[in-house]
Structures are given as structure tokens and as C-alpha cells.
Design a protein around this ligand. Structure first.
Ligand SMILES: O=C(O)CCC(=O)C(=O)O
Ligand SMILES: [Fe+2]
Length: 334
């Protein structure tokens, strides 16, 4: 067993070598699948290493993302995020407020007082007739942007399918149980940029964060972070614990819909992004991360996974359509 990625305040986030699931023998695969499921059942978070992305490739994706955010703000605003149903395009700083609150008026007030210090670009699956992606114009530094990002989107879709296969194996289900729920790739690639910020912004306003505390909505999120730090995960004690970056790993967390689907046997844990550990000077440098939000196919009907209940009366939630669920959740935060 690897050393834990995070162990603090009763929160243990395991570090799992996923290449063993991808390439190992049946026994090794089962052991790895059990560790994946156990991590989601206890912390709601795991770190994966041994992924099919080289360091260079990962750097290339981050560099391409940084080039995008260097575009003038007017250019970015020309392909901005429009509606929850489309969920594609650019969000300027202050547009989205991630939060645990659910009342729209409360969220509005919070957004006005403590806007998140971030901007993002959401990229959905290509080929959805009603919802084309909002691509920036490809010129200069951005040449090749669309093909780089659609390829990465496809690769992350495969990784989502593999992690769900690991969950299936861990649950003692057929390995392909979730395939017909994950094969469409109704997922969102979100490039995130937390601009450099003066340190005194955090002292003047103690409530200031880079991204407010929230849980994610879908099945799982694949989160690639740079080495700056600032991501925190809520511990069972109710405190926030640093999820310190580890080179070449991906942080994977379960979302609310997977928790519901698992009849609450899997946890969707609250997390946030705060002021990073301090270096020299009056300014925190920019932070970049890439979140790939995975969802069950939007047409899927989601109800308790077999094995997570014994009789009908133990099912905690009524069935729900995946796409409707996501749109409803997004509508509250934008
Ligand atoms: O940037 C990060 O590390 C986390 C972002 C996040 O949690 C989100 O966008 O849902
Ligand atoms: Fe998140």
C-alpha cells in the first residue's frame, strides 16, 4: 500500500497507482479497484498516479490553457458562457460562485460580497447540435487550440470510463456495469485560471477565497492541479485540510450524483480553493488547474446501484434524469 496523499484531521486520501488497474492481472486489478472504491466511500477523494498522460503532455495542456487566458478579456467575452443547458464558454472573474448555499438570493449576495477570484473556459462534448462549443478564434498562440482540447477531452472521457469500471469491480458488479452510462462523454472540460493576486486581498477580507466551498455535481471530477497549492478538502472533523499537489497525479473526487446513485455509500466531499502557501513578495502568483467534470450520459435514468440497498424501501432517493439534475444544479451557481 502506498503512503497516503493526505492524512490529517481524520481525513485520509489514498494515493493509488492506477496503472495497476489498467494493466495488472485480475488479482491486482481487484485490489486496486477496492482501494479506489474505499477512497470514495471514506474521503470522497483519491489521488491517482500511473495515468496514461506523460509529464510533458500534461505540461503541454497547461501551457495551452495559459495561452488561452492571455487573450484580451474582450476577446474572451466574445465567446462567453450562456446557459446551464449549454454549459459551454468563458466565465469572467465573478461570474460563477461555487458555494454550499442553495438559495439563489443568498448566493447572489455572497457573489457580490466575495466573488471567486477565478476565470474559466468550459468545453463540452463536440457534435451536440444544439450546443456547439464556444471556441476562441485560432490565431497566433492559439493555433491548434481546438484539436488539442478535444483530444484531451476524449482522453479524459476514457479515464472516466476506467475509473467507473474500477468502482464497478470494487462493488462486485460486472466491470462493464457503468459503460452504458459513461460512453457518450457528456462531460465538461473546464480550464481554470486563478489570476495572480495581492496577498493583502486575503488579509483585508478574511472571507476571500479563490473558489468557494462546494461539492461537485456529477459522477466524478478529474482534477489536474499545478504545484501552487490552495486546494482544501473538508475533513470529518469539519476543518479544511490542504490537498497538497503531488507531481503527475490527478485528484479524483466523487460528485453529488454519484453519491445519490450509490445510495449515499460514496461521499461527495466539500472542497474549496484558498490563499496558497506563501512565498516571497506581496503577490501570490497565478494558479492554473484543469477540472474534468464527468456525468452519467445525460439521457440516463439514475437510481440506486444494485447492491447498495437490499429492499426497495432502503432506496433513499427517487430516480432522476442525469441531464436534468445537472442543469438544475448549474442554474443555482451562475
Ligand atoms: O481548482 C481547483 O483545484 C478546484 C476547482 C474545483 O473544485 C471546481 O472547479 O469544481
Ligand atoms: Fe470542485
Amino acid at each position: 500500500m502506498e503512503k497516503a496523499a493526505v492524512e490529517n484531521e481524520g481525513l485520509m486520501i489514498p494515493l493509488i497507482d492506477f496503472s495497476v488497474f489498467l494493466n495488472g492481472n485480475p488479482e491486482e486489478r481487484k485490489e486496486t479497484a477496492n482501494a479506489v472504491l474505499h477512497g470514495f466511500q471514506t474521503a470522497g477523494f483519491i489521488y491517482l498516479k500511473g495515468l496514461p498522460f506523460s509529464s510533458d503532455y500534461r505540461q503541454h495542456i497547461f501551457n495551452t490553457s495559459a495561452k488561452y487566458f492571455r487573450l484580451p478579456v474582450d476577446t474572451k467575452m466574445s465567446h462567453c458562457w450562456t446557459t446551464p443547458a449549454a454549459n459551454r464558454g468563458y466565465s469572467a472573474p465573478g461570474r460563477e460562485k461555487t458555494t454550499e448555499l442553495t438559495n439563489i438570493e443568498d448566493i447572489k449576495k455572497l457573489r457580490e460580497g466575495n466573488p471567486d477570484l477565478k476565470e474559466s473556459l468550459e468545453i463540452g462534448r463536440e457534435g451536440v447540435p444544439d450546443h456547439p462549443n464556444h471556441w476562441p478564434e485560432e490565431k497566433g498562440e492559439l493555433e491548434g487550440f481546438k484539436s488539442i482540447m478535444t483530444k484531451f477531452h476524449d482522453q479524459c472521457k476514457e479515464l472516466h470510463m476506467e475509473v467507473m469500471r474500477a468502482i464497478a469491480v470494487g462493488m462486485g458488479l460486472d466491470e462493464t456495469f457503468f459503460d452504458s452510462f459513461t460512453d457518450e462523454g457528456d462531460n465538461t472540460l473546464r480550464l481554470l485560471h486563478y489570476p495572480e493576486v495581492r496577498k493583502d486581498v486575503f488579509t483585508i477580507n478574511p472571507g476571500q477565497v479563490r473558489a468557494g466551498a462546494h461539492s461537485d455535481y456529477g459522477s466524478i471530477t478529474l482534477l489536474f492541479q499545478d504545484m501552487r497549492g490552495g486546494l482544501q478538502v473538508k475533513s470529518p472533523n469539519g476543518t479544511f485540510v490542504d490537498a497538497t499537489p503531488i507531481q503527475d497525479t490527478c485528484v479524483v473526487n466523487a460528485g453529488d450524483l454519484l453519491a445519490r446513485w450509490s445510495n449515499d455509500t460514496i461521499k461527495s466531499t466539500i472542497h474549496r480553493v484558498v490563499e496558497p502557501p506563501s512565498g516571497d513578495g506581496p503577490v501570490h502568483p497565478a494558479r492554473y488547474s484543469i477540472a474534468y467534470f464527468c456525468n452519467p450520459n445525460f439521457k440516463s435514468h439514475i437510481e440506486a446501484i444494485p447492491g447498495t440497498f437490499s429492499g426497495e424501501s432502503e432506496k433513499k432517493y427517487p430516480g432522476i434524469n442525469s441531464g436534468d439534475y445537472l442543469v438544475q444544479r448549474l442554474a443555482a451557481t451562475y
